[in-house]
Design a protein around this ligand. Structure first.
Ligand SMILES: [Zn+2]
Length: 327
């Protein structure tokens, strides 16, 4: 992203209040001493009521509200496993232990290739949904990852701020919106997802249909020293973590692809700048069937963005991605 520089800065540097949706600080909820904890009645074989159903749900049994021999057997085994008297009767002690250790229904399995050790290392990914994107399913496989800079200062809330800007639909000073988004915004301490990988983000005209867009805090002109500061190093590690998940999910090679390669449909990592160069080449060569060609205005390249800048540390970044892929 490079246009609307001023707005991005505004959002992150506070000339209007930052609002981040869905992530309010933990409310300090005080327990009300007047409210008694839920105390279900004792249930045993032969009982038929909703408490039996609740117990069956807790034990992962089919819920029919009938305390039959199977429910009794499962109860005895669970009591035995939990050092309770295995009498098959669900009384106060059995209820208490079961309810105290209940984390609610098991979540549905997540379709992800991420292994358990990876999940343990995984940073929390916040979600602030962008207003504009093309809903999936995708017609084309994801073959490329496009790196951007947000053109916003390196602050703790930069990713959240730019995600909020996408949430609002990228309004300009007059409130006119622009169809722009990205899959994730990343700063030094957070990954904020704006568009799911299964949907198409509007981040780089010409390549949206087959790519994932990553927005990084900072500026395209920040120079090599800017990319090597502590903030950027931390951010690039987070970005590499996310990118490695995409590499595994979509079988994307960890190589850098320049404009010519993009025109040939080569898979790998690239920048918004290279996508723009591909758009220029498509215009010059009149590649009318290329996605990089501007069919509405054949003399005008589809993109002129040059982020994340000439000093984006391509080799360092790809090394970080490889390290994550191999972990
Ligand atoms: Zn960009």
């Amino acid at each position: 992203m490079l246009a609307d520089t001023v707005l991005c800065r505004g959002l992150t540097e506070g000339d209007r209040p930052l609002k981040v949706f869905g992530y309010l600080p933990q409310a300090s909820v005080k327990s009300d001493p007047g409210v008694k904890p839920f105390a279900p009645p004792t249930i045993r074989r032969g009982d038929r009521n909703i408490y039996v159903g609740k117990w069956q749900a807790l034990r992962g049994l089919k819920v029919d509200n009938i305390f039959g021999p199977n429910t009794e057997q499962v109860t005895k085994e669970w009591q035995n496993d939990n050092r309770l008297e295995p009498d098959g009767i669900v009384g106060p002690a059995t209820w208490k232990l079961a309810l105290d250790s209940d984390d609610g229904p098991a979540p549905a399995p997540i379709p992800t290739p991420v292994s358990k050790p990876e999940l343990a290392r995984m940073p929390t990914i916040k979600v602030v949904k962008a207003k504009y994107y093309q809903p999936g399913p995708r017609k084309y496989p994801v073959t490329n990852i496009v790196c951007h800079t947000m053109e916003a200062a390196e602050k703790p809330t930069t990713a959240e701020g730019v995600a909020h800007y996408f949430y609002l639909g990228c309004p300009d000073i007059n409130g006119k919106e622009r169809k722009a988004s990205c899959n994730v915004c990343i700063d030094a301490d957070s990954i904020v997802q704006c568009v799911l990988e299964s949907d198409i983000a509007y981040h780089a005209a010409g390549i949206n249909h087959c790519s994932i867009g990553i927005e990084h805090a900072g500026y395209a002109n920040q120079g090599a020293a800017g990319w090597a500061d502590a903030y950027s190093v931390s951010m690039l590690k987070l970005s590499a973590f996310y990118a490695a998940m995409m590499v595994k999910q979509f079988n994307i090679p960890v190589v850098w692809v320049e404009a010519e390669g993009l025109l040939n449909g080569e898979p790998g990592f690239t920048s918004h700048a290279e996508v723009s160069k591909a758009c220029v080449l498509a215009t010059q060569r009149k590649l009318t069937t290329s996605s990089y060609f501007n069919k509405e205005n054949p003399s005008k390249p589809r993109s002129n963005h040059y982020d994340p800048g000439k000093d984006f540390p391509i080799d360092t970044y790809l090394e970080l991605v490889r390290a994550e892929v191999n972990k």
